[in-house]
Write a protein that binds this ligand. Structure first.
Ligand SMILES: Nc1ncnc2c1ncn2[C@@H]1O[C@H](COP(=O)(O)OP(=O)(O)OP(=O)(O)O)[C@@H](O)[C@H]1O
Length: 769
């Protein structure tokens, strides 16, 4: 050990004794030896005063520029450290198969210094920084940042006291450099002119291209510099930079380091920086050499070089790594804990008093104004949408297209259906219906055939029943009709004789039909048309013969329906559900990946670290989506009701409100997906996967009353079911809010909105592990 170091340690010990004697109840010292560490409760004002009192031979570096520090040793309280990490453990993966990344790591960053965190790839540097800025939480251990634990009121994070440059680029590609700066500047509560000034400085300093260039069009190195500029934007107290010099040319790298040295000179700014260029870290005041989740050493570069007798920091690192490797092989991994004995820029050692933070001393960490942040977040959401033409088209063209396709493709009666007809009364050779000699009309079979709707049915004539049935079998026709050669006489006899008609007469007067019922819609429609045509034919016949046409009817008379029409269409039944499904799932599609994309690009974390809360992020998305939703709802309803004439008997305002609420509900469901899923792929799978079950179970395409009883209850619990019933009641029955069927749809939708929002809030809040 060098002589001057021995002297310092002697001085430190003397000072420890001095303070211990003065304030034995409130302080303790840690020196890395087991059992000699830990916090000791709140500092007494006397301790703080004594610590700051030059008469005690103690200087607080928070108030003294490191460069001006004298030969005295220094005692710091935890409040005066920029960052302090104690016994940090962090693992990824499950408890049964954990990947240990931080293992009992201690780290102390003195205020007003540059701390270079060095280590091999994958040793846990980014994880450590993520925990410091509150992006992740330790499994055990403690972290203090600027006097408070990350995430608490007293800490600098999240908030404007910290500038964070993550390893990912974490910038919005659709933004120009200026828009990027505006966004983060507003989030940090800066005024626009202030941002402009700072922007000009950063453009020059970091040699950035024109401020109007879009970030996505910049080179990788330029993007990293913009990311660095964002961290510097608000001139924070603590800069945490994860590899800011990657992809930066040596000249600019040097000027970045010069800048860092410059800003830390007056002792008010602190920098933690990771870099793979180990030698550039010589300019740091303290170097933390990290390997396998712990610090091998934490000292000034000069002390490290001297202590290990090396020419370069790389050599020191290799030496320490080998040493740790050997120790680990011997199953005796040493814990290098020099965190309580910190080196200052002037090469002096500093002791630390372990002292709990005082959260009330928040000072300048007051919350940022929500107004600026909301402005920034809203502008960001709209700008991202506006710059992305595909998204814009998706947002407004897709609902219109879906409505048009629905109205054109669904609910209309099929046409052009082939029927194989065998009419043995007809002249097969001429395919003509001879006029009866004793009557003014043709055979009744021909007359009946003429009454069939021509647009629906195409008549194909066959000579015998076998060939007609075969035509159905091979798919040439949807059904076969057979008239006996005595059909007309038999039918007349049947009508005249009534109940006295014999079996043969009844048999001969029957029209025999074989239908292909493999397609229910077509089968049922042919069945209906054949029967309705018979009724018309029979009524016509009876009136020709001066008889009451009513005799042809079955004795059930359907009066004018109370709701709907006598000829209801499938479109009327499905339209309400389709309107809501379109709006609901478009909202799901839009939002289900919104947060994931930001999270994957590191943007969500960056905004969080800057002080944006999950609530504010959700709120900004809700507002943006609401505007979009109004546009989509207007388009869907205009096309459905005014262009395609879907009936709306009720209050249009209720229809609009319910549709918008359903859109909001879909959006909130999208947020839940977005919050739960890590990957966009998973979110898409979940959103698509939920589409069909919801559609099938919500009574959109088939009445809920047709489901087994258990499914009915499940169905009623889904967000679309009651809303669909409600909308259907408004549109087709003209009901208003006093009817249970209507107001239950509103209540169910609002309940789901609240539920989804709460779930996404909770997931967003507690997800960071
Ligand atoms: N989200 C995660 N889930 C699981 N493992 C992770 C996750 N993030 C990091 N790891 C693992 O933790 C270890 C440390 O990663 P970290 O990114 O902290 O290293 P690093 O020192 O920053 O590396 P580099 O210098 O290459 O950036 C690595 O083994 C990495 O694979």
């Amino acid at each position: 050990m060098a002589d001057d170091q021995k002297v310092e340690i002697g001085m430190e010990l003397a000072q420890r004794d001095k303070i211990k004697k003065m304030f034995p109840w409130s302080v303790s010292f840690t020196d890395g030896s087991p059992g000699n560490g830990g916090a000791m409760g709140d500092p007494s004002p006397d301790v703080v005063a004594a610590v700051n009192d030059p008469k005690n031979g103690i200087v607080n570096p928070a108030f003294t520029p490191p460069s001006l520090l004298s030969q005295q040793s220094t005692v710091w309280t935890r409040k005066q450290q920029a960052v302090c990490v104690r016994h940090a453990f962090k693992h990824y993966g499950s408890k049964s198969n954990p990947n240990h990344v931080l293992s009992n790591l201690n780290m102390t960053v003195a205020k007003g210094t540059i701390y270079g965190l060095l280590g091999a790839s994958g040793c846990g540097k980014t994880t450590l920084l993520s925990c410091i800025v509150g992006r992740r939480r330790l499994n055990t251990g403690e972290i203090w940042v600027l006097g408070g634990k990350p995430g608490t009121k007293g800490s600098g994070v999240p908030g404007k006291r910290v500038g964070y440059m993550p390893q990912e680029i974490a910038l919005y590609g659709e933004f120009s450099i200026k828009e990027t700066m505006m966004y983060f500047g507003w989030i940090f509560g800066m005024e626009t002119p202030e941002i402009d000034d700072r922007l000009q400085f950063l453009l020059n300093f970091l040699d950035l291209p024109s401020q109007s260039r879009l970030v996505k069009n910049l080179s990788g190195g330029q993007q990293r510099r913009v990311s660095f500029a964002v961290a510097l934007m608000h001139d924070p107290e603590l800069l945490i930079l994860d590899e800011p010099t990657v992809g930066v040319d040596p000249l600019l790298r040097q000027s970045i380091w010069n800048h860092l040295v410059q800003i830390t000179k007056d002792g008010n700014k602190t920098v933690i920086i990771t870099t793979h260029y180990i030698e550039e870290a010589r300019q740091a005041h303290t170097i933390g050499l990290m390997r396998s989740g712990r610090l091998l050493a934490e000292e000034s570069p000069q002390v490290l070089l001297q202590t290990y007798g090396c020419q370069s920091l790389e050599e020191v690192f290799l030496k320490l790594s080998r040493k740790q490797g050997n120790d680990a092989t011997a199953n005796n991994v040493p814990e290098v804990n020099i965190a309580n004995n910190i080196s200052l820029p002037n090469g002096k050692s500093v002791m630390m008093i372990e002292q709990e933070d005082d959260n009330s001393s928040c000072g300048d960490c007051c919350p940022l104004t929500t107004k600026g942040k909301t402005k920034a977040l809203l502008q960001k959401n709209f700008l991202r949408m506006w710059r992305n033409v595909g998204v814009m088209l998706f947002i407004f063209a897709l609902p219109v297209m879906q409505v048009i396709l629905f109205c054109l493709a669904i609910g209309r009666d099929p046409t052009g259906l082939h029927l194989a007809i065998v009419n043995q009364e007809m002249d097969w050779a001429t395919k003509a219906c001879p006029v009866l000699s004793n009557c003014s009309f043709t055979h009744l079979s021909c007359r009946y055939l003429n009454s069939l709707p021509n647009d629906t049915i195409i008549k194909d004539y066959y000579p015998d029943p076998e060939s007609a049935i075969n035509a159905v079998r091979v798919g040439d026709a949807w059904g076969a009709l057979y008239f006996t050669d005595n059909f007309t006489d038999a039918l007349v006899a049947r009508m005249v004789l009534g109940r006295d008609a014999d079996e043969e007469t009844l048999d001969q007067s029957e029209i025999r039909v074989w239908l292909d019922m493999s397609n229910q819609q077509i089968g049922l429609m042919l069945n209906r048309d054949l029967q309705l045509s018979y009724r018309d034919f029979a009524q016509d016949l009876l009136s020709t013969c001066d008889q009451n046409p009513k005799i042809a009817d079955i004795p059930i008379q359907f009066k004018e329906p109370i709701y709907g029409s006598n000829d209801p269409s499938f479109t009327d039944f499905v339209a309400p559900g389709v309107i809501l499904t379109i709006v609901f799932f478009l909202a799901v599609a839009l939002t289900s990946s919104a947060l994931i994309i930001e999270r994957m690009e590191g943007l969500l974390d960056r905004s969080w670290v800057a002080g944006v809360t999950p609530l504010e992020i959700l709120f900004s998305h809700v507002i943006t989506q609401f505007v979009v939703m109004c546009g989509q709802t207007a388009l869907v309803l205009i096309f459905m009701i005014f262009v395609f004439g879907v009936e709306c008997k009720g209050d249009l305002l209720l229809v609009i409100i319910l549709t918008i609420l359903q859109g909001l509900c879909g959006m909130c469901f999208g947020f839940v997906i977005s919050a739960i899923c890590e990957l966009e792929r998973n979110a898409i799978q979940l959103a698509l996967g939920s589409f069909y079950p919801t559609l099938l179970l919500s009574g959109v395409i088939w009445p809920v009353e047709g489901m087994p009883i258990v499914l009915r209850y499940i169905s009623l619990c889904l967000p679309l079911t009651m809303a669909t019933t409600s909308l259907r009641s408004i549109l087709t029955r003209g009901w208003n809010l006093v009817e249970p069927d209507v107001y239950l749809g509103f209540i169910s939708t609002i309940t789901w909105i609240v539920l989804f929002l709460t779930i996404s809030m909770l997931v967003l809040k507690f997800k960071r592990g």
